[in-house]
Design a binder for this molecule. Sequence first.
Ligand code: MN
Length: 263
Amino acid sequence: MVFSLSIRRRRLAAAIHPRPRSPCGLQKDADLTDLLFPAPALQTLPVHGRAGAYPVNRIFCVGRNYAEHAREMGAEVDREAPFYFTKSPASLIPSGSALPYPPGTSDLHHEVELVVALGAPAFRADAGTAERAVFGYACGLDMTRRDLQAAAKDKRRPWDTGKDFEGSAVIAPLTPASDFAVADQPIRLRVNGQLRQDGRLSELVFGVPELIAHLSTLYHLGPGDLIMTGTPAGVGPVVAGDRIEGEIGGLAPVHLMTIGPTA
Ligand code: MN
């Protein structure tokens, strides 16, 4: 009774003072002794050259943001507006991880991406506010069960099982925005040393401030929110035992090793 009353009071308080962050904020306030099982660990990213970890809230991903990649997927970039899918924070694993070949697929693909990490609120932001909300940047991998994504597209179903699974978001340490500016840097991916993806950040159809501004028309963005900004052309399959390295000029590279399938 006391428990439900306090929950109700918190809900009431939240209704009166809505938070820009997700309703997860309510859960975080709960008395730890009330939890029925251990809460999932908070996901964090290290920050290059700095003490302290960056706590991850949400992971937004942009679809078709490089013209060449859109073409290789048999589509065109929608120049009117970007579109998004999400990955749950639970899908995040650090660079250098060994990823068991995931279940339910025989076509696991690599996608190297520029990741933007927000450090300030942004809602209905203009480009200037959007730019100032960036905490830092990282190199990441949007690992994709391409066969499941393709089947979902065919049936006009959501992409979740193709995109949001354990280990599908691999992100290297963040570089603070004071040490990096998006320009014409190379964005590349190698599998076992062989070059597979070779693009430039200048090929991004929707740039970083534009993406944040647009996404902020749909969500109350805030610190802890990540945006994976899309991948250049050259995506393809990996098999168990492959060594994947993604790099963006000026950022820490991202590494992943795929290993034998989950038992
Ligand atoms: Mn992607």
